[in-house]
Design a protein around this ligand. Structure first.
Ligand code: ATP
Length: 202
């Protein structure tokens, strides 16, 4: 049975941290492909860059890796989308493929606030990449146990190399006129420049 990693995110913009953990988790967890799913209108974030621009940037960043794919399942929706709905829809399309949801460690601590996390936990297992600044293993194990006991969430932790960057810090660098070379792929930097994105802080 084929195994796909689902990598959802705002990707505002996509950066080397995202790409590095996707490739690393793909290999370490024996996944056949990684499916990047940029969010449409995220419930918690007020974005000043459109879903189309974020989708286009992920497309440019992923098209030179034949194990990476991108889905417009969330960006093409008009209404708010929740992960549980996306996963149910995907499982109908990708029958006979086992799906895993990839997240960074900061997202592990947000999972309990996700809409219908109990229902989502029945649909998919999570793979967590250890992310910088979260090195307290007791705290991590406590969270995993809490999710397991309350929502039957299945979680696997994978130690990845660590790149201490976030989209927020990169948007800030761009506003300040600083270089983001090597932190964001060249094709994405070109797209940002051509489309005048992130000129002002949000
Ligand atoms: P923002 O700063 O805008 O919140 P972000 O850089 O955290 O953005 P998202 O698009 O929100 O990026 O993240 C998508 C997923 O990638 C999340 O699960 C997040 O934990 C993970 N992630 C983001 N940056 C890193 C990184 N440097 N290392 C490991 N995982 C990361």
């Amino acid at each position: 049975m084929k195994r796909y990693g689902i990598f959802g995110g705002t990707f505002n913009p996509i950066h080397s941290g995202h790409l590095m953990i996707a490739e690393f988790l793909r290999e370490e967890s024996n996944l056949d492909k990684i499916l990047f799913i940029p969010t449409g209108s995220p419930p918690h974030k007020d974005l000043n860059v459109s879903a189309i621009d974020r989708f286009n940037m992920v497309k440019k960043a992923t098209e030179n890796n034949d194990k990476f794919e991108i889905s417009d399942i969330e960006t093409k929706r008009i209404n708010l989308s929740y992960t549980v709905d996306t996963i149910k829809e995907l499982k109908n399309i990708l029958k006979d493929i086992k799906l895993y949801f990839l997240i960074g460690l900061d997202t592990l601590f947000e999972l309990k606030t996700w809409k219908k996390i109990d229902e989502l936990s029945k649909e998919i297992e999570f793979i967590v990449a250890l992310r910088p600044n979260y090195i307290n293993i007791d705290e991590i194990n406590k969270e995993i146990l809490f999710l397991k006991n309350n929502y039957e969430t299945e979680i696997k932790i994978v130690q990845t190399p660590q790149l201490e960057i976030s989209s927020t810090s990169l948007r800030k660098r761009i506003v300040e006129g600083k270089s983001v070379k090597y932190l964001i792929p060249d094709e994405v930097i070109e797209y940002i420049e051509e489309n005048n994105l992130y000129k002002y802080d949000d």
